[in-house]
Design a protein around this ligand. Structure first.
Ligand SMILES: CC(=O)SCCNC(=O)CCNC(=O)[C@H](O)C(C)(C)COP(=O)(O)OP(=O)(O)OC[C@H]1O[C@@H](n2cnc3c(N)ncnc32)[C@H](O)[C@@H]1OP(=O)(O)O
Ligand SMILES: O=C([O-])CC(=O)C(=O)O
Length: 445
């Protein structure tokens, strides 16, 4: 930073700070939160319900978490679908159209997706191979905006019928774009061979990802099923999560779908949101490096204290993968993922690492409870990195897998908001600065 900018910023920080008491005085809902930590109500939805507490006589009572897609418990969807392919596609249909597809509807929907995997002519060369990027989340934002340019119909259309068509197109193409941008990245920056498989329309989205990512194109049924369920568990999370809210805020101006989805990807990248899956993996590798995989509870606890004291990892004071804005006693997705991760870890000889994660979560939950007096739980991002690592999926792709899962949720909420709310999101801020005269340049000190 130049000395001039440093000095100007220092002066600004001295003169223009906003005292914390003022937020209270003006009843500002910091982070759009009520006094008890619950979210300010900003919309109505029939897409999904995120339940983390109940209210009794107006008081918040912490509870075990439940997640419903269109009224159906997500834990039921997962537990009743063992051995099935295309569960992510089934859930995409459910989220977009509001009911479970029958056999024929699912077949047609699978075909529609499969026919949209293929990228436009020369897209791969023009947009991906020629423009490698080190950060694939940032790259995907650019690619989504590029899809605007390749939209053969009216890319700016706000018609719900058009939005759903464009949305399905993105749901099908984003996974392919992600895999190709990764291949391009490692070819350009890591000197890896460039392997670009043609898409295979016979594969589900989860299978397609594993096929495109792996140079030999091989994967097992179990690997594809685990990835399919991970995508399913990320598909939606109400309208209040930061990226979905962001997408709706952007879309409420009447702009195009691509702008809204690109903005949502930017939001999801943050380590307090979807980027936590990568942050967790880095945190856990650093922790294992520091205290060893066999470290006991006490040693882990000491390290967590250091994390919270901003004396370890990225010095942010945050224990990534722990805590949630809605869930208190449990995040139902994390419970499912913990079970899947445990099974996979035993099978692939990674059990010690899994057990370290479990001990770490237990101690982090206890430490946060002790310091902050709140009930927290492991969240959806806690175990996914370990699962992806066991599946041989590189870190670069962790948050992109979240995008692949969540695109359907963003699209559904954008459409629902457009159909039933259709008002520009425009909250207010209170001016707490001083009012002063304009001083002509020659009269200033
Ligand atoms: C897909 C997802 O987005 S899931 C969430 C992924 N994010 C993470 O895993 C990052 C770590 N967790 C967090 O930062 C938080 O728990 C969040 C962002 C998820 C939720 O934040 P909030 O709803 O604001 O948390 P909440 O109101 O419960 O926090 C109360 C206090 O506990 C602290 N706290 C909550 N979780 C954590 C944590 N994991 N590590 C350290 N402190 C925490 C908060 O910083 C806050 O402290 P303060 O009162 O001194 O400001
Ligand atoms: O709901 C939230 O705030 C974050 C979250 O878990 C998600 O978007 O999946």
């Amino acid at each position: 930073m130049s000395e001039f900018v440093k000095k100007s910023l220092k002066k600004s920080l001295e003169d223009e700070s906003i005292k914390n008491e003022l937020y209270k005085e003006y009843s500002v809902k910091k982070g759009l939160r009520n006094e008890d930590g619950t979210g300010v109500l900003v919309g109505l939805t029939r897409i999904s319900d995120v339940v983390g507490y109940r209210k009794e006589d107006g008081k918040k009572i912490d509870d075990y978490g439940k997640l419903y897609y269109r009224g159906i418990l997500v834990s039921d969807i997962v537990s009743k679908s063992e051995g099935r392919r295309y569960m992510f596609e089934e859930v995409c249909f459910l989220i977009l159209f509001g009911h479970l597809p029958n056999r024929q509807e699912l077949e047609i929907f699978k075909n529609i997706i499969a026919h949209r995997y293929e990228l436009p002519d020369r897209y791969l060369e023009h947009s991906i191979l020629n423009f490698p990027s080190k950060n694939l989340m940032n790259k995907l934002q650019q690619e989504v905006l590029m899809m605007y340019r390749y939209d053969k119909y009216d890319p700016d259309s706000r018609d719900a019928w058009d939005l759903i068509e464009k949305g399905i197109n993105l749901i099908a193409k984003i996974p392919v774009i992600v895999c190709y941008t990764y291949a391009t990245k490692i070819h350009n920056f890591d000197k890896a061979s460039l392997v670009i498989h043609h898409i295979d329309p016979k594969l589900s989205i989860a299978e397609q990802i594993l096929y495109l990512l792996r140079p030999d194109g091989k994967y097992t049924k179990q690997e594809a099923e685990v990835l399919d369920r991970c995508l399913l568990l990320h598909a939606d999370h109400g309208g209040g999560n930061n990226s979905t809210f962001t997408s709706v805020v952007i879309s409420s101006t009447g702009t195009d779908l691509y702008s809204a989805i690109s903005g949502a990807i930017g939001s999801l990248k943050g380590p307090r949101h979807g980027g936590a899956n990568l942050a967790v993996r880095k945190q856990m590798l650093a922790a294992i490096d520091e205290i060893g995989i066999e470290a006991d509870d006490q040693t882990i606890r000491k390290l967590i204290k250091r994390i919270m004291d901003k004396d370890f990892n990225d010095n942010s004071g945050l224990v990534y993968g722990i805590g949630h804005a809605v869930y208190t006693l449990s995040d139902p997705r994390a419970e499912i993922l913990e079970k899947k991760c445990g099974e996979l870890a035993i099978e692939k000889g990674r059990h010690a690492e899994f057990l370290f994660y479990k001990r770490f979560a237990k101690e982090a939950i206890a430490e946060i409870h002790e310091r902050k007096g709140i009930n927290v739980c492991a969240n959806v991002d806690f175990y996914t990195g370990l699962i992806y690592d066991i599946l041989g999926i590189p870190e670069d792709l962790y948050t992109l897998l979240f995008v692949i899962g969540r695109t359907v949720g963003w699209v559904a909420h954008i459409i629902e908001d457009q159909l039933y709310s259709n008002r520009i999101v425009r909250p207010a801020t209170k001016y707490v600065g001083t009012i002063r005269p304009y001083i002509p340049l020659d009269d200033r000190e």
